[in-house]
Ligand binder design. Structure first.
Ligand SMILES: [Zn+2]
Length: 236
């Protein structure tokens, strides 16, 4: 009996409290929420209708968040540690992970009468700085023009050790020239480089940088794939 009574009392209190809320505070809260919701929609609509304001508040921010880190069309790359470099031939250093595939590619090409010549492998950021700024002034070019054919320091694939410039030993006049694409070496590379995990970095499809048929990068290791992930992800 005592239990029943106490239960009954509790129920009474619950009902009484609910009635109290509904009668005053509850109604007031409802009104406040309604006013806030209406005001919120009005403000959002005003902002969205105001192109300048919405661009400033929303689009600029999302644009900046999605904006890639490229400078003049080039992605930033860290300099590889000396411990990871290996000399493939005189003055040509490459990442130790790509040493064997690169050499194998050269040997296999030779078996088919194609003679690849390595023009440039690893380049330090310091050397890239000299190349970029000296060539820029020698050729009387502004940075934007120069960047189409040479990466600014800190933005070259060559500083990763995973990039290699290749020429045709029988047509050295095409070294670093677009005409390299007409050589047997280039035609062989187009057909076979992927087997050795090499990819043309600046093909004709992208428009940020000038076409470089001689410049290949290695993507046969997780480390290399991580380094070039941004470049592979972005559409040009
Ligand atoms: Zn290159």
């Amino acid at each position: 009996m005592v239990n029943k009574k106490s239960k009954h009392e509790i129920n009474d209190i619950d009902v009484a409290e609910r009635k109290y809320l509904k009668s005053s505070s509850y109604k007031l809260t409802k009104i406040i929420v309604l006013i806030f919701s209406i005001s919120f929609f009005i403000v959002i609509n005003l902002i969205l209708n105001n192109k300048k304001l919405s661009k400033f508040l929303f689009f600029n921010r999302s644009f900046n968040e999605n904006k890639d880190e490229r400078v003049l069309g080039h992605y930033p790359y860290k300099e590889i540690s000396n411990d990871d470099l290996i000399e493939i031939e005189a003055n040509i250093l490459v990442h130790k992970d790509m040493y064997k595939p690169l050499l194998k590619m050269k040997v296999d090409a030779e078996k088919e009468g194609i003679y690849l010549v390595f023009l440039s492998g690893y380049r330090s950021i310091k050397l890239q700085k000299q190349i970029f700024y000296s060539l820029k002034s020698i050729r009387n070019q502004i940075a934007t023009e120069r960047a189409r054919v040479s990466a600014p320091p800190g933005y070259s694939e060559h500083s990763t050790g995973f990039a290699i410039d290749i020429g045709d030993a029988n047509q050295r006049e095409t070294d670093f020239e677009e005409s390299f694409e007409n050589t047997n070496a280039f035609k062989w590379l187009k057909r076979n480089a992927a087997k050795y995990h090499f990819k043309l970095s600046f093909d004709r499809e992208q428009t940020s940088v000038d076409y470089e048929p001689w410049h290949w990068r290695y993507e046969g290791s997780i480390e290399a794939l991580k380094i070039f992930e941004s470049s592979n992800r972005k559409s040009f």
